[in-house]
Design a protein around this ligand. Structure first.
Ligand SMILES: *[C@@H]1O[C@H](CO)[C@@H](O)[C@H](O)[C@H]1NC(C)=O
Ligand SMILES: *[C@@H]1O[C@H](CO)[C@@H](O)[C@H](O)[C@H]1NC(C)=O
Length: 188
C-alpha cells in the first residue's frame, strides 16, 4: 500500500515537473518573439541589395516596387522595367559613342542587343545579384524564370533613375553591377 502511494506521488511530481517545463519553454518562446526585431526577410534583403548595387535609395518604396512582379500585386515593376531597359540602352550607347564616334550603326546595335539579351545578360546579372530570391511573386510563379529576373533587374535601374532624378546615375549603377567593376567602363 505504501509503495503504491509512493508511485502515485512520484507520478504526480513528474507531471507537475513536466508541466512547469512546458510553461518555461512557452515563456522563453514568448520572450524570443518579443525581442525579435520587426524587420522582415524582404526588408533586410533590400538593405543588402542596396549595398550590392552601390546605391542607397532616398525612398525605399521605389526599390520595393522594383522587386514586385506583376503576378504579386497591382503595384508592380512593369513600367519601371521599361524605363530600366531604356536607361541601360542609353548608357551603353553613350559609352560606345564616347569611345568611338565613328562606330558603325550595326556595331552599336550589336552592342546594345548583346547587353540587353534576356537569357545571357539581363537574367544572368539579375541572378548574380540574387534577385530571384528577393522578388515578390504569386505562389504559382517561378521566380527563376529569366523574364521574372530580368524584369526585376531592369526595374532596379528604372527605380534608381526615378529616385536620383538622373538616368546616368542609374546607368553607372548598371555598369557597376554588369561588369563587377566600375572602372571597366573605360574599356568597353
Ligand atoms: C559607390 O558610390 C559612391 C557614391 O555614389 C561612389 O563615390 C563610389 O565610388 C562607388 N563605389 C564604387 C566601388 O564604385
Ligand atoms: C523554374 O524556371 C527555371 C528556369 O526557367 C527552370 O529551370 C526550373 O525548372 C523551374 N522550376 C519549376 C519548379 O518549374
Amino acid at each position: 500500500m505504501a509503495s503504491r502511494r509512493f508511485t502515485v506521488l512520484t507520478l504526480l511530481a513528474l507531471v507537475i515537473f513536466f508541466l512547469s517545463q512546458v510553461r518555461a519553454v512557452n515563456e522563453l518562446d514568448y520572450q524570443r518573439i518579443k525581442v525579435k526585431p520587426s524587420v522582415s526577410p524582404f526588408e533586410s534583403a533590400l538593405v543588402l541589395l542596396q549595398q550590392q548595387i552601390n546605391y542607397t535609395f532616398l525612398k525605399i518604396d521605389r526599390l520595393r516596387r522594383a522587386m514586385t512582379h506583376p503576378s504579386f500585386s497591382e503595384e508592380n515593376n512593369r513600367a519601371l522595367s521599361i524605363l530600366g531597359f531604356n536607361v541601360i540602352d542609353t548608357f551603353v550607347s553613350m559609352l560606345a559613342l564616347g569611345n568611338d564616334i565613328d562606330i558603325s550603326p550595326k556595331e552599336l546595335n550589336r552592342l546594345i542587343s548583346e547587353i540587353s539579351k534576356v537569357e545571357t545578360s539581363c537574367a544572368a546579372d539579375g541572378m548574380r545579384l540574387g534577385l530571384h530570391k528577393i522578388v515578390r511573386i504569386s505562389a504559382k510563379t517561378n521566380s527563376t524564370t529569366p523574364s521574372v529576373v530580368c524584369g526585376a533587374f531592369r526595374a532596379t535601374f528604372g527605380a534608381i533613375a526615378i529616385d536620383s532624378g538622373k538616368s546616368d546615375v542609374a546607368g553607372s549603377a548598371f555598369w557597376y553591377v554588369h561588369t563587377g567593376k566600375a572602372e571597366k567602363a573605360l574599356a568597353l
